[in-house]
Each structure stands twice: as structure tokens, then as C-alpha cells.
Design a protein around this ligand. Structure first.
Ligand code: NDP
Length: 448
């Protein structure tokens, strides 16, 4: 075994021992460490100062009880979390997730990833993540409001516009951010940019809602363009039907591609004629207003059919996983390749299992890891923070240009750090480009 692999193995054994049973966290750290150890092999200062070891340990983890009352008067009890992972280059920044699968492992993987992603944006933001095992699905607006208010009673002690600025994620959209911000303002008697993803009436930024989905598509477009190709006429499979998936469809349509699938946790719809702007409007009403299931799309349109499982067996040239972690396994990665897939851009966080990534990497297709491909959302969140601090509101066209330029800059950083014998390894490029800035800031701080 080479010296580098030996160090890597020893490092991962330590991570696994210190964080028993946290499989998603092990997976995220392993994916990063596999590319960072070769990079730092000839840079002993990072070893001496234990930089990666320190980056794999959150600054702090807060866990708290969130009691709330349902519409029948029953007292319910949930667990709340905020993982403040690393604030070397700016205040902690990262979303809140409300989903029954939320646990410490999931939030630690997300907070770890967020640190690298935020660094890639070029903006001064550290990494954090939080949330709860609360399930907003099937709850009334009043129940969601009471839960959000109770959650904020504790969370407010740990956040602040210069300390930690949460945003949305799975299960936390505009409705939840409104309830959370209203409660923070009431408890603290301060109107500050303590959350991003806010409504336009109370300090939100144009383009924030669309930014993650648009950014994921821009990143794919940048890779295609560099390879002398483009979106025009391409068939695209997208998973999910939430915030990220919805605006990914919109941007693919703008660029001349055809989206043929969308999904939710019950299954997927296949529409070979494409999800047009008109059909997307129906979907937005179905998912965001009526909070219905994806099957209803197939009931509405004759061209579409509903299937159980995930959409990756449908033929496509481009795949944009935009639902959740570990939604493409090794077999599904092979199926995508067999059916002609030439590019994957990850809108969701860590949607591809390690073995699936290996399949894409070995095949040499255009593979954009989530920390680069979905960084557009947090980039515009960073711009929302700037607008709030300066008490100004930028125009949509300015913000869309900033988002597009940011995705191009992230792409170019990945190329700079990921060039390997004429081929671009976007995974290594994203990890190393994200690592360098945070690591060098940590070196400046000494033993902190
Ligand atoms: P939403 O809650 O708006 O949508 C999530 C979608 O994914 C829904 O269609 C949901 O289906 C589906 N989904 C969730 N869990 C599962 C599961 N276990 N199996 C199958 N489908 C599932 O979330 P977002 O669109 O905001 O987030 C999607 C992904 O993008 C996440 O990985 C998130 O971390 C990532 N992301 C989001 C950003 C943002 O700005 N919102 C920024 C960067 C990354 P159902 O309704 O049935 O649960």
C-alpha cells in the first residue's frame, strides 16, 4: 500500500471510530478524503497542522427538544438540531431540513459538505446544517406554524446575522421560513438577515427560489460547452419535484433540452413528450399549493405514465438527481451509462453512492459533484445576506447574471484543480478548490 493510501486508511479508521454508526457522514468524509490525501501528499504543513482531521470535526453540535401541539390537542415531541461545522471563512451557513429521516449522521454529512461548497462560491460563508425529524407532510398550516415557532424558541440562541444564518432545505420552503423568521423577530425584537430564502416582502432576494435548480443546469451547460457540446435537443431525466427539481426543469427548457421524468418518494412520472412550461405550471400548483403526489401529473396528462421506484432506467443523455442523498446506486449508474447518459449534475446533496460515482468516473463521463453543481442556492443566499446588511435590493437581471457568473467561476476552479492528463476530474477539482481556502484560513489561525 502506498504511503498516501496508508494515511488515508488511518484517517478514515479514526473518523469511523469517533463517529460510530454515522454512515452518511463516513461516506461524505471518505469521498472528500480520497481526493485530498493525494493533493496534500507533498504539502506536509497540512498534515502537521492536522487540517483535515480538524475539518472532519464539527465546531459544535446543538440538539434540543421541540414540543408542539397538533390540531387535536395532543402534545407531540420532536428533536431539533443545529450542526455548526466550520466558521473559518465566514458565519455558519446552511439549510434546515424537516424530514423523518433526519438524524445526526445526515446533518453532519450535510454540514461537512456545506463547508466545501460555501468555500467554492467565493463568498465569506462557513458551513452548517440543521433541522428536525418533524414531517411537514400531511400537517395543517397551523401545525407547521406551531412547530416552527417552538423550534425557533431554542434555535434563536444559537444563530445571528454574523454568527449562523440558516436557510431552507428538504421540507423547509417559503412557508416554513416565514413562520421561523416571524418568530425570531418577535422573540428578539430585531429585524435582521438571520435567515435566507425569505419572502420578497420581508428581505428576500430575487432568484433565490430558482437559484439551486438553475445553477445545477448552468454547471452542466458549462461542462457541455467546454466539451464542445450543449443542451439543445438533449433528453434529460430529473428526480424529485421540489424546489430544486422544479427550477432545473425550467432552465433545461430555456436551454432547449427536453425533461422526460420527475419523481417524489412514491415513484416517478415518465413523459416522453417533455415537461413543457405549461405542464410545469400544473406541477408547481400540484406540489407547492395543493401539496399533492406526483402520480396526479400522470392522471392529468395522457402523454405521461406513473411508475414505482426511481427514474434512472429511462433513457437519457443527461441526468440531474434533485431529490435526496443516495438515490443513484451502482446498478443505476451502470444503467444510465448503458442507455447513453453522457453527463450527471447533482442538484441534490450526495445523491450518488460511492460505488455509483466510481462507475461515472471510470467511464469518464461529465460528472459534477453536488458541492459544485448545487452551490448556486447558497451563493444567492450569500447575496441575500449582503443585500440585507446593506438594506438594498438588487434587480432580478443583476442577480441572475451574478448566479451565472458564479457557476462559471466554480466550474473554472474545478477545471484548475481537477485537470488530470487532459481530462477534467470535477470531483477532485471541487474537493481541492473548496479545501484550499478553508485549510489556509485554518493555518492562519494556528492551533484553534
Ligand atoms: P423539497 O422538499 O422542495 O423537495 C424534495 C423532493 O425530493 C420532493 O420531491 C421529495 O418527495 C423528494 N424526496 C425527498 N426525500 C426523498 C426520498 N427519501 N426518496 C425519494 N424522494 C425523496 O427539497 P429541495 O428541492 O429543496 O431539496 C432537494 C435536494 O437538493 C436535497 O438533497 C437538498 O439538500 C438539496 N439542496 C437544496 C437546496 C435548496 O436551495 N433548496 C440547495 C442545495 C441543495 P416527497 O415530496 O414525496 O417527499
Amino acid at each position: 500500500m502506498s504511503k498516501t493510501n496508508e494515511y488515508l486508511q488511518r484517517f478514515m479508521n479514526g473518523v469511523i471510530k469517533r463517529n460510530p454508526g454515522e454512515l452518511e457522514f463516513h461516506q461524505a468524509v471518505s469521498e472528500v478524503a480520497g481526493t485530498i490525501f493525494p493533493y496534500i501528499a507533498d504539502k506536509p504543513i497540512y498534515h502537521k497542522m492536522q487540517i483535515l482531521e480538524r475539518m472532519a470535526e464539527p465546531d459544535r453540535v446543538v440538539m434540543f427538544r421541540v414540543p408542539w401541539t397538533d390540531d387535536k390537542g395532543n402534545i407531540r415531541n420532536q428533536r431539533g438540531y443545529r450542526v455548526q461545522f466550520n466558521n473559518s471563512i465566514g458565519p455558519y451557513k446552511g439549510g434546515l431540513r424537516f424530514h423523518p429521516s433526519v438524524n445526526l449522521s445526515v446533518l453532519k454529512f450535510l454540514g461537512f459538505e456545506q463547508t466545501f461548497k460555501n468555500s467554492l462560491t467565493g463568498l465569506p460563508m462557513g458551513g452548517g446544517k440543521g433541522g428536525s425529524d418533524f414531517n411537514p407532510k400531511g400537517k395543517s398550516d397551523n401545525e407547521v406554524m406551531r412547530f416552527c415557532q417552538s423550534f425557533m424558541i431554542e434555535l434563536r440562541r444559537h444563530i445571528g446575522e454574523d454568527t449562523d444564518v440558516p436557510a431552507g432545505d428538504i421540507g423547509v420552503g417559503g412557508r416554513e421560513i416565514g413562520f421561523l423568521f416571524g418568530q425570531y423577530k418577535r422573540l428578539e425584537n430585531r429585524f435582521v438577515g438571520v435567515l435566507t430564502g425569505k419572502g420578497m416582502e420581508f428581505g428576500g432576494s430575487k432568484i433565490r427560489t430558482e437559484a439551486t435548480g438553475y445553477g445545477t443546469v448552468y454547471f452542466m451547460d458549462n461542462m457541455l460547452t467546454r466539451a464542445g457540446n450543449g443542451f439543445d435537443g438533449k433528453t434529460v431525466c430529473i428526480s424529485g419535484s421540489g424546489n430544486v427539481a422544479t427550477y432545473a426543469v425550467e432552465k433545461v427548457n430555456h436551454l432547449g433540452g427536453k425533461v422526460v421524468t420527475l419523481s417524489d418518494s412514491s415513484g416517478f412520472v415518465h413523459d416522453p413528450e417533455g415537461i413543457t412550461a405549461e405542464k410545469l405550471e400544473y406541477l408547481i400548483d400540484l406540489k407547492q399549493v395543493r401539496r399533492g403526489r406526483i402520480k396526479e401529473y400522470a392522471d392529468e396528462y395522457n402523454s405521461a405514465s406513473f411508475h414505482e421506484g426511481r427514474p434512472w432506467r429511462v433513457s437519457c443523455e443527461i441526468a440531474l438527481p434533485c431529490a435526496t442523498q443516495n438515490e443513484i446506486n451502482e446498478g443505476e449508474a451502470k444503467t444510465l451509462l448503458k442507455n447513453g447518459c453522457i453527463g450527471v449534475s447533482e442538484g441534490a446533496n450526495m445523491p450518488t453512492e460511492l460505488a455509483g460515482i466510481d462507475v461515472f468516473q471510470k467511464a469518464g463521463i461529465l460528472y459534477a459533484p453536488s458541492k459544485a453543481a448545487n452551490a448556486g442556492g447558497v451563493a444567492v443566499s450569500g447575496l441575500e445576506m449582503s443585500q440585507n446588511s446593506a438594506r438594498i435590493a438588487w434587480k432580478e437581471a443583476e442577480l441572475e447574471k451574478l448566479l451565472k457568473d458564479t457557476m462559471q467561476t466554480i466550474h473554472d476552479s474545478c477545471v484548475e484543480y481537477g485537470e488530470r492528463k487532459g481530462r477534467i476530474d470535477y470531483l477532485a477539482g471541487a474537493n481541492i478548490a473548496g479545501f484550499v481556502k478553508v485549510a489556509d484560513a485554518m493555518l492562519s489561525f494556528g492551533h484553534t
